[in-house]
Design a binder for this molecule. Structure first.
Ligand code: CMC
Length: 438
């Protein structure tokens, strides 16, 4: 195959050709604003009778998008063109939500209006509290969230018409605003405390903290350092282009399913330990290692591979240099621990593990670097969240990314139902044999 390079040439002028059984198939090469070109294989089957085969989509672009750009080799992450480091340090989560959803940073008036929409959509239908009581107290909050978020479509009929732009935007506001309330209620239920209603005088992160940690019998003071750290964590997790949960949301949405159902599907996917469950797994791993002296033995087990042990919080499908979110997270981790006066032995284990891994040939050769989840568990633990709330917090943060990507897909004229094909390796056609003859 020969993809003719020339990134400045117009799309129509460039083709890739594939020789299959002496038949040459030409396919258009398309360029984005930055990043690798794509070979448009949309007509390949019609012209050659072959499918492409790419389990895990390691070389496959599933859509075109204007939302998030990642350069894994250079360790770059941009939301609508803005570097993640700048946004994490100088913006705030609600402003980032506006940016991801609408494509541009808001004016002061736009931000005020948007903030007002989000603030005033935070309550959930009172009847929804009854769903919670149907769950066991020891249910994982992610299990509760899958159910409750899916149920939103049974309550908010005035925002489920995906073809109505006004419905789409109201559904987006509702999802971003209600997700912290739903997650906090799942937490409160699990510890047997009363649900705490949202407070409109608090900003997004501070409100989430009070819904999780306040009790009705005494005033709750939000620590501004903790609120700022949480806001930053949410910015870092807000979107990450076509990751597994976002692709799940897009695939679910491609059939025309309503946005609440699609986000529920995204939550289910996020729960897995290779994706959103990684910070929970990373913290458990640090606890299991327990002490710096046990690190060499643990590294040996990882490299041995026979036990299937992985260094959780390390490695990424896209980042093969470093994860820019991990750097901000490491700084935030030190900041929070210092401000709260917490001395956490696990931080020592994490830093030593990182130091050793970054100098070890096994990890260097495989380009394995700390990802965002390596330090986030330590920060969240310091703030007071139990491990089971780590992934729900990721879901709260990622909701804006999911909904922005879903909205972009619905508004994309090229959008069609997602329907991959397969390489069939099962039995060829055979005749049914009745049970008495088997
Ligand atoms: N520890 C040890 N070895 C690893 C690790 C790890 N964390 N990650 C990858 N490898 C090895 C793997 O064994 C394989 O080795 P070989 O080539 O000898 O077979 C090689 O590196 C490539 O691994 P892969 O699984 O093919 O790579 P991938 O791109 O499919 O996996 C990943 C990416 C994130 C699933 C994987 O690195 C991993 O399991 N990491 C730990 C879980 C984790 O921290 N996930 C959070 C990702 S960031 C948050 C998010 O975006 O959701």
């Amino acid at each position: 195959m020969n993809a003719h390079d020339g990134s400045k040439a117009p799309d129509g002028d460039r083709t890739a050709s594939l020789l299959i059984a002496n038949k040459q198939v030409k396919m258009p090469v398309r360029s984005g604003s930055i990043g690798p070109d794509v070979i448009d294989v949309g007509r390949l089957y019609r012209e050659s009778g072959c499918f492409t085969y790419d389990p895990g989509f390691t070389s496959t672009a599933n859509c075109s998008s204007k939302i998030t750009y990642i350069d894994g080799e250079e360790g770059i992450l941009l939301y609508r063109g803005y570097p993640i480091e700048q946004l994490a340090k100088t913006s705030n989560f609600v402003e980032v939500c506006y940016l991801l959803l609408h494509g541009e940073l808001p004016s002061a008036a736009q931000l005020k209006e948007f903030d007002n929409h989000i603030t005033r959509h935070t309550m959930v239908h009172e009847q929804m509290t009854r769903f919670y009581t149907g769950f066991r107290r020891d249910a994982h909050p992610m299990a509760i969230m899958c159910g409750v978020v899916g149920a939103l479509s049974a309550f908010y009929h005035d925002s489920t018409d995906i073809h109505d732009p006004q419905h789409r935007i109201i559904a987006s506001h509702r999802m971003i605003a209600k997700m912290p309330t739903i997650a906090a209620m799942a937490y409160k239920y699990s510890i047997g405390q009363p649900f705490i209603y949202p407070r409109n005088d608090l900003d997004f992160a501070a409100n989430f903290l009070q819904m999780c940690f306040a009790v009705p019998c005494e005033p709750y003071q939000v620590d501004p350092v903790v609120a700022r750290a949480l806001d930053r964590i949410m910015i870092l997790h807000a979107d990450h282009e076509q990751n597994a949960s976002t692709s799940t949301v897009r695939l679910a949405g491609s059939s025309g399913a309503n946005p609440f159902a699609c986000i529920a599907a995204g939550i289910a996917c996020l729960w897995g330990p290779a994706h959103g469950g990684a910070n929970e797994a990373a913290l458990k791993m640090l606890e299991e290692i327990g002490h710096v002296k046990n690190i060499p033995e643990f590294i040996k087990r990882v490299k041995d591979k026979s036990e299937g042990v992985r260094l959780m919080g390390f490695g990424h499908r896209v980042y093969k240099n470093y994860d820019p979110r991990a750097k901000v997270m490491q700084e935030t981790c030190h900041e929070v621990l210092a401000k709260l006066g917490i001395r956490d032995d696990l931080l020592d284990v994490a830093m030593e593990l990182e130091r050793i891994a970054l100098h070890d040939d096994y990890f260097i050769e495989k380009k394995l670097y700390p990802n965002v989840d390596f330090y986030s568990g330590i920060v969240l633990r310091a703030i007071g969240f139990p491990v089971s709330m780590f992934t729900p917090l990721f879901a709260v943060s990622r909701t804006v990314g999911w909904i922005a990507q879903w909205k972009e897909m619905i508004e994309d004229p090229e959008q069609k139902i997602g329907r991959p094909r397969q390489l069939y390796v099962g039995p060829t056609q055979r005749d049914y044999v009745s049970v008495d003859k088997r």
